[in-house]
Design a protein around this ligand. Sequence first.
Ligand code: GLP
Length: 263
Amino acid sequence: MKKDKRLTYKKLRHPEIGNIRVYQVSEHASLAAAQFISDITKDNPVAAITYATGETMIPVYRALATMVNRGEVDFSETKAFHLDEYYPCSPDSPHSFARYIRERVFEALRISEENRFLINGLAEDPEAEAQRYNSLLKKEKIDLAILGIGPGSHIGFNEQGTSFDKETHLATLSQETTNRDKIERGQNTPEHAITQGISNILSARKILLLGYGSKKGTYLNSALTESITPDIPASALRLVGDKVSVFIDNEAARSLNIGFSAV
Ligand code: GLP
């Protein structure tokens, strides 16, 4: 058993990824993730960070906002990017990731206006918008990329079959992804998205991946235990495993075909 300030976790031994932590419940993993992100910002107050969206991240960003409000950490000088946005998508639409980032990250963490970088889901030319965003990313060294995992073990909107060399691009969403949105979540989302590519993600100095519950456990199991292949987009993280941290809950860990280490 290890203690992460107040949160107990078990470490999972993996051939490529050095830091896989299993927390008893997702709430603990989220608090630990917030602590991890806050520590990076305290060490480097001008850190450039890529933020994922999605339900998984809600408690993480909420915990960070609480730390900001208590004056424990200051994100104002950090640079904030996001991973992906539906296309076409108005920044005021309920499912817009730009909207999510504006509300839960930019505003909640009080990031200065000049340090907020959004993907424009209404750009006339989505390929040109992907290029614009890619150039912004390439001007920076991203200190931390925060990731969730989705259908088909996608990261961002890099769906199965996407080359690991790809930079920011316009992606066509898989049937599994559109079904998740339409059937499971009742959201009428577009069938395309602009997403950071796997190459952008892998070039970050650190990567933090979060996944909770049994469904995420199956996506994680493919990514962590099957082949490293574009057919399992998150498996690319194993190519840079020494800078990757994966925080999961017990429920997700139960789907993994690798045992807990005793440490
Ligand atoms: C979406 C996004 C990802 C996100 C993932 C998990 O499809 N493209 O960027 O990380 O799915 O989302 P959630 O946490 O809501 O399950």
